[in-house]
Structures are given as structure tokens and as C-alpha cells.
Design a protein around this ligand. Structure first.
Ligand code: GDP
Length: 496
């Protein structure tokens, strides 16, 4: 997400960081670098100029004071962070539920923007919050839009109101109106209406959206836009704002190589907040949009809060409570606990996406490591642990050569992989101990140089991660050579 913008920011700061005292020329220089980074990222020119103007003025005004402080470059970094957060919308805004249910949410946007996909994601998010959403299939234009909504709805167990087949058949305004009535009768507290887009902004599209809006009187109109279309996103947003009007924006396809232009221009140009971000094709690939967290990611500070929240929501509360109490009481972390962590990690989505939220993820070295992650490693690791008996999971010390050979056969993996997992698990156990004794979050195996991050409270699934042997760890020390008799792992490898 915003990779190239983020690396350019990181490059611009690296020069400033080495300076003890900052001169006005240094500020001009960093502003010029940031300016060209923003323009290359397709941010609207007026937004760039206004941003640079604010950063430059604030930095110059405070220059004397900044130089009196211990870390003037950090102070400039903070100004940039605040201004970036401000152009991303300042504070976060969420769906406002209507006083009298159902809350009606209408999705609008071009064809292919990701409305249907988003409808399901939003419904799933609301369902997890305890709401009872109904999806309404009013996109009767795009081929297969109705069946697509029915399929995604069924996959996440959310009812879909779809009385018309679509593909050009049926009246979308009638469907929207009937959907609302159906929701009232069946006591759904939220109705999400998927509407048809067109390939470009045209009069027919606007008229249809206006008629639907007037028929259902939505509490929230969300404009859904593909972040990859850059400046066009802003032009389309403007056309929808003038034509139909909307309350908030959803940026989709932020998992792609969006250059950042849309996110950084749309709030300033439309005056409407970005409320959600869509980051993949699956119904779980959905994030609440927090301007300050996004600014932090762009500036390479990572997004530890989101990471911790995702870890927490992927683990059920019983597992989290069990792990927390184990952690507090000093009990050993077992392979069963590790298995629950693996399940949770799988639910959290792609590993590279998750680790991309760590501070420094925009640096060249870290990016290379993230690219080398193989998500199938989790599945392989899981199959190894699942082939162990309850005793072995509880006490890996019993894993002698023949047990390891049996596990390897059972999981269809090599004995060396079983050995590797056990070694990494033992390392992770030690790390848990180290953390409990106040050492903070240790280096994650495979992430050399990223350690020492406090503030991960509530993310019990993250320390250790012994399963990630797919990541290369340049600084990893080679395993100690042991004698034949003393090493059951080696014996097992030889016997296999
Ligand atoms: P609609 O015409 O606005 O309803 O668009 P769809 O919901 O059908 O989305 C168009 C295409 O974009 C589909 O292939 C989706 O799977 C894909 N898509 C939607 N949202 C995302 C996203 O956040 N990331 C990625 N990579 N693909 C997405």
C-alpha cells in the first residue's frame, strides 16, 4: 500500500535525520523532495501545494525553537505527520446508525470500483459488531452483479434481497424500495443497497442513482472508488458529489500498487471523509480508515494499533484469555497454543500484509524480506503440529527421533522441517519468557533488526511465530552442531 510514496518519504527523511542543526535551506530541500514525491504519486496539485506551504511555514516559523530541542529533525517529522493526517481527513468517522432502524446505506460509484465486493465486506463488519444487515441487489445492470452478491452473501451467511435477475432486467428503484420494506418487516437494523455503476460518469447513471436515493432516503451514501485510478478518482468523486451527493468515501484496491493520489486528494477536494478501505478480494480484506494510522504507515512508522487489533479479533476471547493468563502465570507456551496462534494468523490474512504494518516496513531491506514470505508455510507448519499427539504438543521435549520421523510421515513433510519447527518453537518459548521478564517484544524470528517494540499489548499471537521459516533471516546464527547420540532430531533425519 502506497509503497513508492512511502519509500520516497523515507529517502527524503534519511538526509534530514543525520543533521544535528537544521537550516532553512534543509527545510526547502526536504519540502522539494516531498513535493515531487506527492506529485509522482498522482496527488492533486492544489493539495500538494497547500500541504507543502503548511509544512514549510510551520517548520520555518518554529525553526529557532526546534533547533533548541534535542531532536530538531524529529520535530519536523512530527509537523509532516500532523499535516499528512490532516489531509487524510484528521479524525476517523464511522457509520452513523439511524435513531429509527433500519439504517439505510447506499453504495454508489463506477462499474468495477468494487461496490458489490464492498457491500459484503461492510455487511460482515456490521454483523461482527452485532448488527443484522440485509444486502439489496439493485445493480441490475452489470452482468452477474446479482448472482455475485447472492454468492458472497451466502458465503458470509448474510441474507440478500434479490427479486430480479439483473443483467439488464428489472427496475433498480423498485428493488431498492422493496428491499427497504422487506428489511423493516424482517427487523434488519441495517440495509446495504448495491447500485449499478457505468464505465464512466454519464447522465443515465446519475439519474438512476438519484432516483434510488430519493426512493430510499439513505442515512449514509458511500462513494466507492478504486484507489488505483489516481487523479481520475478525484474527478469521478467530484461528479458524484455534484450529481448524487455522498457522505463518505470507501477506497478500494489499496492492496494494489495505488500510488496514494486518491487517498491524499479526495478528502481535501470533496470535503468528505474516507471511512473504509478495501484491501483485497476476500470479505475479510476490509479496514476501518484511520487518517493518523495511514499517515503513520506512509511515513514508515508502521501501524501497530491495527496489527494488534487484528490479532485480537482473529483470536476468540477464550483463547486470548487462556494465553494471557498463561503468560502472566509463567506457564509454558505449548504447541497447542501455537496451533491456536496459527489458526488466528491464517484468519488475519496474508503474512506480508500483516508484517507490512510494522515500523520500517517501507525500507528496502524489509521489503525484500516481506517479498520472500510464503503464506503456504503456515499451512505446512500447521500440518506438522496437527500430526503430533497431545503429549508431544504439550511437552515437545519428548520428541525423540522416532516420534519426529512419525510426525514427518504423518504430515507429508521432511524430518528436517519437523526439526526446524521444534527448534523455532523452543526459541519462541524462550522469547515469551524474555518478554514476561520485561524485555519487550523480542526480534521476531526472520525479522532481524526489528525488535524492541513496546505497545503490542493485546496481541498475544505475535511473539515468536516459529512457523515463519519461509522468511530468510540474514543474521540468523547457524544451529549448533550436536553429537550423534545427543541429538534425536539428527538421528531421526538419518533414520528417515
Ligand atoms: P462493482 O462493479 O463496483 O460492483 O465491482 P466489484 O465488486 O465486482 O469489483 C470489481 C473487481 O475488483 C472484482 O474482480 C473484485 O474481486 C475486485 N476487487 C474489489 N475490491 C477489491 C480490493 O480491495 N482489492 C482487490 N485486489 N480487488 C478488489
Amino acid at each position: 500500500m502506497f509503497d513508492s510514496l512511502s519509500s520516497k518519504f523515507s529517502k527524503a527523511f534519511s538526509g534530514l535525520r543525520s543533521k544535528g542543526r537544521i537550516k532553512s535551506g534543509d527545510i526547502d530541500e526536504i519540502c522539494a523532495e516531498i513535493r515531487s514525491a506527492l506529485i509522482e504519486s498522482d496527488v492533486a496539485l492544489e493539495v500538494v501545494e497547500s500541504f507543502i506551504h503548511k509544512v514549510q511555514n510551520r517548520s520555518l516559523e518554529q525553526l529557532e525553537d526546534l533547533n533548541k530541542g534535542i531532536n530538531p529533525s524529529q520535530a519536523i517529522f512530527s509537523i509532516i505527520n500532523e499535516e499528512l493526517t490532516s489531509i487524510l481527513g484528521g479524525s476517523a468517522r464511522r457509520i452513523r446508525l439511524a435513531k429509527k432502524p433500519p439504517t439505510v446505506i447506499m453504495l454508489a460509484g463506477l462499474q468495477g470500483a468494487g461496490k458489490t465486493t464492498l457491500a459484503a465486506k461492510l455487511a460482515l463488519y456490521l454483523k461482527k459488531q452485532g448488527d443484522t444487515p440485509l444486502l439489496v441487489a439493485s445493480d441490475l445492470q452489470r452482468p452477474n452483479a446479482v448472482t455475485q452478491l447472492q454468492q458472497v452473501g451466502a458465503a458470509i451467511s448474510i441474507p440478500v434481497f434479490a427479486p430480479e435477475p439483473g443483467n439488464g432486467v428489472g427496475n433498480p428503484v423498485d428493488v431498492a424500495r422493496a428491499g427497504l420494506k422487506f428489511a423493516q418487516e424482517k427487523l434488519h437494523n441495517v440495509v446495504i443497497v448495491d447500485t449499478a455503476g457505468r464505465l464512466g460518469v454519464d447522465e443515465e447513471l446519475m439519474q438512476e442513482a438519484i432516483k434510488i436515493r430519493d426512493a430510499i432516503n439513505p442515512d449514509e451514501i458511500l462513494f466507492v472508488v478504486d484507489a488505483m485510478i489516481g487523479q481520475d478518482a478525484v474527478r469521478t468523486a467530484q461528479a458524484f458529489l455534484d450529481g448524487v451527493g455522498f457522505d463518505g468515501v470507501v477506497l478500494t484496491k489499496l492492496d494494489g500498487d495505488a500510488r496514494g493520489g486518491a487517498a491524499l486528494s479526495i478528502v481535501a477536494k470533496t470535503g468528505r471523509p474516507i471511512m473504509f478501505a478495501s484491501t483485497g478480494e476476500k470479505s475479510e480484506d476490509f479496514d476501518l480508515f484511520y487518517p493518523e494510522r495511514m499517515a503513520s504507515r506512509i511515513l514508515g512508522l508502521g501501524d501497530i494499533q491495527t496489527l494488534a487489533e487484528q490479532a485480537k479479533s482473529a483470536m476468540d476471547s477464550d483463547t486470548t484469555a487462556k494465553l494471557e493468563s498463561k503468560f502472566a502465570s509463567g506457564e509454558d507456551f505449548t504447541l497447542d497454543d501455537f496451533l491456536s496462534q496459527l489458526e488466528a494468523l491464517k484468519k488475519m490474512g496474508s503474512m506480508s500484509k500483516l508484517l507490512g504494518m510494522l515500523p520500517g516496513a517501507n525500507s528496502g531491506a524489509m521489503k525484500k524480506q516481506l517479498e520472500s514470505i510464503d503464506d503456504n508455510e503456515l499451512v505446512r507448519t500447521q500440518s506438522i503440529v496437527q500430526s503430533m499427539t497431545p503429549l508431544e504438543r504439550h511437552d515437545p521435549k519428548v520428541l525423540n527421533g522416532s516420534r519426529r520421523a512419525r510426525i514427518a510421515r504423518g504430515s507429508g513433510r521432511a524430518v528436517s522441517e519437523v526439526n526446524n519447527l521444534v527448534d523455532r518453537f523452543t526459541q519462541a518459548q524462550k522469547m515469551m519468557k524474555q518478554m514476561r521478564n520485561g524485555g519487550g517484544l523480542p526480534n521476531l524470528p526472520g525479522l532481524g533488526g526489528m525488535g524492541g517494540m513496546g505497545g503490542m499489548g493485546g496481541a498475544p499471537g505475535l511473539p515468536g511465530m516459529p512457523g515463519m521459516s519461509g522468511m530468510k533471516k540474514p543474521s540468523q546464527t547457524p544451529p549448533k552442531k550436536k553429537s550423534r547420540s545427543g541429538n534425536p532430531a539428527k538421528r531421526a533425519a538419518e533414520e528417515a
